[in-house]
Design a binder for this molecule. Structure first.
Ligand code: DUC
Ligand code: ZN
Ligand code: ZN
Length: 466
């Protein structure tokens, strides 16, 4: 039978190769990659464009409970639309266990929110905040077997922090079940101490969020997480690494042969702590954790991307509205940075920022770009070889990319639920012009053309890295 779709004349890029080829699609899968392919029901001319595996963003927060007076700015519909417009075909948000609540129940509720709402495929990680014997003994192992093969733990935040004993206990379950553990590495007590002291000194504006959690707080926690993982002999993924300090710990671990993986994000390449110095409360727009650092840290992160310290580049999309009493500026948040919700929106801008600052600026290769934004996410989290490359048998998740197109990032053009972007006015070279998910066009030139409900909720295999 005829192909459903033929993409002709483009330059295919994978994590290892760059070559001229046509791509043929049938029933949502890639069935041909060749110099010339047969006719199809639908033809797309990709001449002058790159044919990339769709972006996979393995670290995003959607509709996540964020405290009593705070509401996240995205639901599944808006987040997946924004992701698709930004060249992504799969995202991985977190089902958060609230303390005193069944993990299984939290996951079921979260899946119900996603069902029928997604423009692109979604696969869910877990967040473990309350590792009771019931959770560690029954619920978590059952969920891991049901395709939730990764989870995140936190070393800070009142509602989420695990102590060292709890970390060891969840690492033990991860080792036994071959789950991949994502670690938020920032030390709880040092941050609390700094926050208390800053508040006593009257230093409460958003800027002091960065002061309250300096790099050494992240370095200490990274080292502690690495040591605990070594004790249990379990792989870990240290997420959202912000600068040289934590990175050096990770590199040290990797050189010793430990299975310690790492992720970084656009904010650590392009923002600095100075961005938190806004007039009035504007700095709140940039409050995320770990905070952005300085120019030397940005250089260190580039070094880590070039040298392979980092396996994945994610957005850590964690959207709140600025002009909202349920967002960045709750009444309490106006009194101290302590209460400003941590997180920034970035699901739609991740790929253009890395392409422009990385590939167009000559810092990383096209192949490394694909590896960091798609292939390694699929490999790390058990979606490979279903997703993450352009090849026969893979899902037809494809982004057509114009490497020369110049754009300026503007809130008014974005699809997320947030009312601002930290990258307002940021100029990029390279832009996604069409996003194809399982063979269907979902976004074209900044317009959403697919239907919500087209995206599936995916179970994942055990990570090859676990
Ligand atoms: N950690 C995240 O991963 N995202 C947003 C806030 C945080 O602390
Ligand atoms: Zn985190
Ligand atoms: Zn996050």
């Amino acid at each position: 039978t005829k192909l459903d779709l033929a993409i002709r004349g483009g330059t295919v890029v994978t994590a290892s190769d760059t070559f001229r080829a046509d791509v043929g699609v049938r029933d949502g899968r890639i069935v041909a990659v060749a110099a010339e392919i047969e006719g199809a029901t639908r033809e797309i001319d990709a001449s002058g464009l790159l044919v990339l595996p769709g972006g996979i963003d393995s670290h995003v927060h959607i509709a996540q409970p964020s405290g009593p007076d705070v509401v996240m700015a995205d639901d599944f519909a808006s987040a997946t639309a924004a992701a698709a417009a930004g060249g992504n075909t799969c995202i991985m948000p977190f089902a958060l266990q609230q303390r005193g609540t069944s993990l299984r129940r939290c996951v079921e509720d979260y899946v119900r929110q996603a069902e029928g709402e997604c423009h692109i495929d979604v696969s869910i990680h877990l967040i473990i905040s309350d590792p009771t014997p019931e959770v560690l003994g029954q619920e978590l192992p059952a969920l891991l077997k049901a395709g939730y093969t990764s989870f995140k733990v936190f070393m800070t935040y009142d509602d989420l922090v695990l102590n060292d004993r709890q970390l060891l206990e969840v690492f033990e379950v991860a080792r036994r079940e071959r789950a991949l553990v994502m670690v938020h590495a920032e030390g709880y007590d040092a941050i609390k101490y700094m926050t208390d002291r800053l508040e006593r000194a009257g230093q409460t504006s958003p800027f002091f969020h960065a002061t309250s959690r300096p790099e050494l707080v992240e370095r200490e926690a990274a080292h502690r997480a690495i040591s605990h993982a070594e004790l249990i002999d379990v792989p870990i993924m240290i997420v959202h690494v912000s600068g040289r300090e934590a990175m050096e710990q990770i590199r040290w671990a990797q050189r010793r042969g430990l299975k310690v993986y790492a992720e970084t994000c656009p904010q650590y390449l392009t923002l600095t702590a100075d961005d938190l110095q806004g007039l009035n409360m504007e700095g709140a727009k940039y409050v995320c954790s770990p905070p952005p650092r300085d120019a030397a840290s940005q250089a260190a992160i580039w070094e880590g991307l070039q040298q392979g310290v980092f396996q994945t580049f994610s957005s850590d999309h964690c959207p709140f509205r600025y002009e909202s009493s349920e967002g960045k500026l709750t009444p309490k948040a106006r009194t101290s940075f302590r209460w400003v919700p941590n997180g920034i929106p970035g699901i739609e801008t991740r790929l253009p920022i890395l392409f422009s600052e990385g590939v167009s600026a000559g810092r990383i290769s096209l192949n490394r770009f694909v590896e960091l934004t798609s292939t390694n996410h699929a490999k790390m989290y058990g979606l490979y070889p279903r997703k993450g490359s352009i090849g026969v048998g893979f899902d037809a998740d494809i982004t057509l990319w114009d490497p020369h197109r110049r754009e300026t990032i503007r809130q008014e053009n974005l699809h997320h639920g947030s009312d601002y972007t930290p990258w307002e006015g940021f100029e990029v070279t390279g832009w996604p012009v069409m996003t194809i998910a399982r063979g269907e066009i979902v976004a074209r030139d900044g317009m959403i053309v697919g239907n919500k409900g087209a995206g599936r909720i995916l179970e994942r295999d055990i990570s090859a890295y676990a």
